[in-house]
Design a protein around this ligand. Sequence first.
Ligand code: GLP
Length: 242
Amino acid sequence: MFKIIIKENYDEVSDAAFEVMKEVLDSTENPVLGLATGSSPVGLYQRMIKDHEETGRSYKDILTFNLDEYVGLPRDHEQSYWTFMHENLFNHIDIPDENVHVPLGIGDDPEQNCVDYENELVKHEIAVQVLGIGSDGHIAFNEPGCPFDTPTHLMDLTEQTRRDNARFFENDIDQVPTRAITMGLASIMRAKRIILIATGKNKAEAVYGMLKGPKTTDCPASILQDHPDVTVCLDKDAASLL
Ligand code: GLP
């Protein structure tokens, strides 16, 4: 079930997302958090950092699981999602590194990395999963056509996704990795609550597909129509086709 919140701008969207996160943090003892990368959740993370600094809320006993990672980027690469999460959140709160889980994009056996990640993930219930959405309707790195029942797996990235993400790689699509390791749609659907954040006109079609379109693997986010508790935080541009 979707609760749709439409706000004027990114700051207000981030405030709304933080309200849900705060509700979960306040009401659950040491919740397990599912986290996402991308520009969409950065405002939410800034509010979590501010709240940590101002209220002293501790993340010492909180576990986090991230959605995805590029295949082939070492953790210390400046565009790895490991680095992104440390720069945008983990380095600014008191979470110990051993509580942080991000899929491993390097090593001899990426398939095994997927199995290992999923095995760890199923031991926990994600209290809230943060999501963005790709302009092609992907969530995490589950691209169009990806079956709804997949666990953590490897994914070839679409040209559109690599083009969208080239801005982080000196606008050079050739530098964007071609594959990623990603939580599957089945892994994501197990989360108790979901916060999905989308802003900007280039997300409007994907948002429409997720909320109003048929449930189809052509728009992976449309699987969320089956989830009992999704708060969708949008700005007016992302909501413009609704
Ligand atoms: C990447 C990530 C997704 C994210 C999407 C949108 O492809 N794997 O998890 O939702 O980008 O990113 P942004 O929020 O920067 O628009």
